[in-house]
Ligand binder design. Structure first.
Ligand code: UD1
Ligand code: MG
Length: 455
């Protein structure tokens, strides 16, 4: 028996009022549908078939998956019609798991639980949930023995059925052979004139099978998205869930409602994260790392005992242990700090290797640079790495002292132990262990008269 996953994603999502198809709307910076695909990829399935329709080309090009394929549903005639489009890809002895492209947060455990309910004598299992407000959903109708009898859509339900709190999440697992048989006998004779997938439940019961159900751990797992308000509500709940996970792992999160993880964050012990921090892509924080308020950290690795102070922005940076960064630092791609390095306020770095214990403390730009250990780069120092056409390298040895407001015009190399006088424009290589400066000598013009305003 092999597993096929079918994801329904053909709908337009009119209420999003957006050019972007609903299933491509972002949750934590990732398309809703991609969340579903990523979870499905973790199941033991060789085939994930996504049914697309509205915005098919952009959906195809914007999501990816190892086992992903697409099937077109030209006209959206209902959920049953959508699944029927995949029939030729389904074998009689497959188990088919049906997911929704706009229900992004179902957990792997819940799906695995559901799949265990399907066997030779139970060809259909449903994921249901009890909701205080069940309006809009298909209701689960059970008999006196609590056995599922049917799903009734809201628009077809009588007042008694409308009062039922247990609803269809839409997610189900079905034996392939039975699914194809039942889909072929669906009709659109109902209030919405659609081919309802949910009608197969009654068919299953009529065929003499009992329908088993399971329920997710949280409502969040089955929440769908129809408009921007629901999208932001889901975003906040999802972010809160991630903050809670971090706290379970031992992180000190100053305010769980003011943290955003748009990707994957791995943490060591005793990490502290202040308010309004955004993590993007893959970020790793070592033990005792502290992140100050209002930082944005993307695709970076930060080693033990390092502090990133408030309002710093890091992208594709690698920071070794015991470093101090910020406040107000911008570390651009290719920045590498060795242990105990310091990058201070209003410093921008790019493709820059900063050696062990070296300091760039104030108002500097260091780009395309390889710097040795224990250097001190004075305030306002700039590596002039760009000649308008090409980028050039600045090489700085160990224990170099660069005076404030110096320009290092690359390509240029500063020997170890060198001192460069403040205010210099360095265009030629600087020798080791000497004082080099390029500014003119200070003059005082005695008796100089200030200009007066012309009348
Ligand atoms: C469906 C269920 C309902 C359940 C609810 C959960 C049916 C008939 N009803 O209702 O019992 O409580 O989901 O949210 O199944 N889609 C297609 N092609 C179509 C129609 C829909 O791909 O022709 C996709 C949509 O893009 C969406 C999903 O299927 O992702 C569900 O469709 P939707 O119209 O939202 O179904 P509901 O009326 O909400
Ligand atoms: Mg819906």
């Amino acid at each position: 028996m092999s597993l096929k996953v079918v994801i329904l994603a053909a709908g337009k999502g009119t209420r999003m009022r957006s050019q972007l198809p609903k299933v491509l709307q972002p949750l934590a910076q990732k398309p809703l549908l991609q969340h579903v695909i990523d979870t499905a990829e973790c199941l033991n399935s060789k085939s994930i078939i996504t049914v697309i329709g509205h915005g098919a080309d952009s959906v195809k090009s914007r999501v990816k998956g190892e086992h992903l394929s697409f099937v077109m549903q030209e006209q959206q005639l209902g959920t049953g019609h959508a699944v029927a489009q995949t029939a030729s890809h389904i074998s009689d002895n497959d188990t088919v798991l049906i997911l929704y492209g706009d229900v992004p947060l179902t957990s792997l455990e819940t799906l695995k639980d559901l799949l265990t309910l399907v066997d030779d004598t139970h060809p259909l299992a449903l994921l249901t949930i009890n909701l205080e407000d069940s309006s809009g959903y298909g209701r689960i109708v059970r008999n006196n023995h609590f056995q599922v009898e049917a799903i009734v859509e809201e628009k077809d339900a009588n007042p008694d059925q409308k009062a039922i709190k247990e609803v269809n999440t839409g997610i189900m697992a079905v034996h392939g052979g039975h699914l194809k048989l039942w889909l072929s006998s669906l009709s659109s004779d109902n209030a919405q004139g659609e081919y309802y997938l949910t009608d197969i439940i009654e068919m299953c019961v009529h065929a003499g099978f009992e329908v088993h159900t399971t329920t997710p751990k949280t409502e969040l797992e089955v929440l769908g998205v129809n408009n921007k308000a629901q999208l932001q509500d889901l975003e906040r709940r999802y972010q809160l869930q991630q903050a809670e996970r971090l706290m379970v792992e031992g992180a000190t999160v100053i305010d769980a409602s003011r943290l955003d993880i748009r990707g994957k964050l791995s943490i060591g012990q005793d990490v502290t994260i202040d308010v309004n921090v955004v993590f993007e892509g893959d970020v790793t924080l070592g033990d005792n790392v502290t992140i100050g308020a209002n930082c944005i950290i993307k695709n970076s690795v930060i080693a033990n005992n390092t502090t990133i102070s408030a309002f710093s922005h890091l992208e594709e940076a690698t920071i070794a242990e015991n470093c101090v960064v910020g406040p107000y630092a911008r570390l651009r791609p290719g920045t590498e700090l060795m242990a105990e390095a310091k990058i201070g306020n209003f410093v921008e770095t790019k493709k820059a290797k900063i050696g062990k214990g070296s300091k760039v403390n104030h108002l500097s730009y260091v780009g395309d640079t390889i710097m040795g250990n224990d250097c001190n780069i004075g305030a306002g120092t700039i590596t002039c790495n760009y000649d308008g056409v090409n980028k050039h390298l600045t090489q700085i040895g160990d224990q170099v002292f660069i005076g404030s407001d110096t320009q290092l015009v690359a390509p240029v190399s500063i020997g170890s132990g060198a001192t460069v006088g403040a205010g210099s424009t360095i265009t030629k290589d600087v020798p080791m262990n000497e004082l080099t400066l390029s500014r003119s000598k200070q003059l005082t013009i005695k008796g100089w008269v200030k200009p007066t305003k012309r009348v």
